[in-house]
Design a protein around this ligand. Structure first.
Ligand code: PHE
Length: 452
């Protein structure tokens, strides 16, 4: 018997859950460091333009496909056109690859929260603290396990009682905390120069690379091209306005990314005296530089604790969407109960995540083109599979089921689709071209031909 499909209770529930998926580690550490690296205000502007055009169109397409079919990715593409079953499988592979390693990083965040709340700010600011921690064997595994467990419990509770409830509490809390930490950070001596650095456009930095970097970030940040929005769309009610929901999710996602930049860049700038290398440190920025910044601040222990709990919330709601997407595929395909699917996915993710966790310590000898296990997973999913999935999704919508069928879904309940023309042109022509470029450039940069 088919399990009955759950639903989000209302539009707010849907928007907050989808925003919960979109707002994650990508917003909080990746966006600020990319913005710092690619010309501050210029990057912001380019990102914004891309978000309201490309991001918007792809998200509209994915949510519509989900709501139209009432199925998760594998079933959805196949039911619309038999030949595109492969696309559903490809899209579903992305969360299966991402979820385990995302939870490993989620575990690190949880660990930092625990250290900060127990007053360990000065030890966390030590030079080797982070490397010593991640190269350990048991400790990172334990935190990974805890993070995964928390995610699994919420997904087990289901769409309404688990995901929606948690998102409705955590997402507003996240915004308040982010605002608070950002405002506090701006009061630190020297932060104003950092603010200028973040917001002022540096036109000399505009290049094709900046645009490609912004595009790549956009897809990741909006949780596109991995079946997540298809799954969440399948839980959306027909009477909720799809276009305005997408606008709201976008504002949420971009708003938090912007605030994260405000929270991090001026403070790090002040701390490092404006050293560009410190600002573009990538993953290390959050776990290595920020603890030092907090350690040098007044009330740094409290601010640091708030910071890591907000990052934890962001990571948790994203992990929930990853797990839910996998669980819903299993429920659709195998007709298993939610409980059985959750237990299965939990165990699978645990097994798959172990190599990523140990890849910085006991399994450190495994490397490919200088990347650790975790980086390899990240590269395959984000830089290779996602652009491919997004590309085929555009082709699928543009030429197989035709933009008209998406337009009709958006117009459900007699609402007008305000950006219909823009949507059609982008999904059919502009997005596919850009996606091929993104794929080519990320593969080229991994192979060392040039770096982005
Ligand atoms: N969108 C999330 C972020 O910005 C990342 C994410 C990727 C979440 C994949 C879920 C799935 O961090």
């Amino acid at each position: 018997m088919q399990q009955e499909r759950s639903n989000f209770t209302n539009k707010l529930g849907f928007v907050l859950a989808a925003a919960g998926s979109a707002v994650g580690l990508g917003n909080i550490w990746r966006f600020p460091y990319l913005a710092a690296k690619y010309g501050g205000g210029t990057f912001l502007l380019i990102y914004l333009i891309l978000a309201v055009t490309f991001g918007f169109s792809l998200m509209i397409a994915e949510i519509s496909i989900g709501r139209k079919t009432g199925l998760s990715a594998i079933g959805a593409f196949k039911s619309l056109d038999k030949r595109f079953g492969f696309l559903g499988i490809l899209a579903s592979a992305v969360p299966i690859i991402i979820f385990p390693y995302y939870s490993v990083i989620g575990g690190w965040v949880l660990k930092y929260f625990a250290v900060f709340i127990s007053g360990g700010v000065s030890s966390a600011a030590g030079d080797d603290y982070f490397t010593t921690f991640i190269s350990g064997t048991f400790e990172p595994l334990v935190w990974f396990f805890l993070f995964l467990g928390a995610t699994a419990v919420i997904v087990l509770l289901g769409v309404e009682k688990g995901i929606e409830k948690v998102s409705k509490v955590l997402m507003p809390l996240l915004v308040i905390l982010t605002l608070f930490v950002a405002i506090y950070g701006l009061t630190v001596d020297g932060a104003m120069d950092g603010l200028a650095y973040y917001l002022m456009p540096h036109m000399s930095d505009v290049s094709a690379k900046t645009i490609l970097a912004a595009m790549g970030q956009l897809f990741y940040s909006m949780s596109l091209a991995m079946g997540i929005m298809i799954t969440y769309g399948s839980y959306m009610k027909k009477e909720n306005n799809l276009e305005s929901s997408v606008r709201q999710i976008e504002i949420f996602d971009t708003g938090v990314a912007f605030l994260a930049g405000l929270m991090i860049i001026p403070a790090v700038f002040a701390f490092s005296g404006g050293d560009p290398d410190t600002l573009s440190a990538g993953p290390g920025l959050m776990f290595m530089t920020l603890p030092k910044v907090f350690n040098s601040m007044r009330f740094g222990s409290v601010i640091g604790t708030l910071f890591f709990i907000l990052v934890f919330f962001a990571a948790l709601t994203s992990a929930i969407s990853l797990m839910e997407t996998i669980v819903s595929i299993i429920m659709d395909k195998l007709n298993w109960t939610r409980r059985k699917s959750c237990i299965f996915v939990f165990i699978l993710a645990l097994i798959m995540g172990i190599p990523s966790s140990l890849g910085f310590g006991p399994l450190g000898f495994i490397s490919w083109m200088g990347m650790s296990v975790l980086d390899i997973m990240d590269f395959i999913s984000n830089s290779v599979l996602m652009p491919i999935v997004a590309f085929f999704t555009c082709i699928f919508v543009g030429f197989i089921i035709k933009p008209k069928s998406i337009v009709e879904e958006v117009q459900e309940g007699n609402v007008t689709f305000k950006s219909e023309k823009m949507f059609t042109v982008i999904i059919k022509w502009i997005a596919p071209i850009f996606l091929v470029l993104i794929l080519a450039s990320s593969v080229a940069s991994a192979l060392g031909i040039f770096t982005i």
